[in-house]
Design a protein around this ligand. Structure first.
Ligand SMILES: [Zn+2]
Length: 96
């Protein structure tokens, strides 16, 4: 995070604090979600701050989801066309 702040402001800063435990987004793979989808416990439906996908438990990338008005494949296409380079170093990415 200190690298991101320095690249934007030009000032060298030190960032302190505990690292938050986050879950991987099923769409972009970055660990951005504060809770994982679980229909039994009723958790999930977190919206990824990177790709804006709402985690509704969808696994198949080509399934259209009305809650997201698109599929995971659609969202991945949007990321490739328009992504925020500063976010690349913000989260840990899981590979699929
Ligand atoms: Zn995402």
């Amino acid at each position: 995070m200190s690298e991101i702040i320095q690249s934007i402001t030009g000032y060298k800063v030190e960032v302190c604090g505990d690292v938050e435990v986050l879950f991987p987004c099923p769409c972009c793979g970055f660990r951005t979600l504060t809770e994982s989808y679980n229909p039994i416990e009723g958790t999930g439906y977190d919206i990824c701050p990177y790709c804006n996908w709402e985690d509704d438990g969808t696994i198949d990338a080509n399934t259209y989801r009305s809650i997201n008005r698109g599929s995971i494949a659609d969202y991945r296409q949007k990321i490739q066309e328009n992504f925020n380079q500063y976010y690349i170093n913000k989260w840990i990415k899981d590979s699929f």
